[in-house]
Design a protein. Structure first.
Length: 111
């Protein structure tokens, strides 16, 4: 049984026993709970909290970079750019006319 269903069942059982008078309704004293929670607060200053949560390694600062692009419109430039980005695609084979013809024949529906 998933945890949330068992919790719902426990709550339902508790509600039924409270309504039947078998169990008292829990009393909640917010003020006492608040005072007790202060014990868990370390009273740490903001500077001490910042030092405690600071990374233990050097964090580099971002640097502004500019890329000057020249629009040539030449398809070879785009191919070269694609090869630079994904060099593994260079290993792909070329498609022959014969292979294209076979693909077209298989793609045609029987008439």
């Amino acid at each position: 049984m998933p945890e949330n269903q068992s919790e719902n069942f426990d709550v339902q059982q508790q509600n039924e026993s409270i309504q039947a008078g078998e169990q008292k309704l829990p009393e909640v004293n917010v003020e006492d709970d608040y005072e007790a929670s202060k014990q868990f607060s370390g009273g740490v200053s903001a500077e001490a909290a910042e030092a405690a949560t600071a990374p233990n390694f050097r964090v580099s600062q971002p640097q502004e970079t500019t890329n000057a692009t020249q629009q040539t419109g030449a398809p070879g430039d785009y191919r070269q750019m694609a090869k630079d980005i994904n060099p593994s695609s260079q290993a792909s084979s070329t498609v022959s006319d014969e292979l294209v013809e076979k693909a077209l024949e298989k793609g045609q529906s029987a008439q």
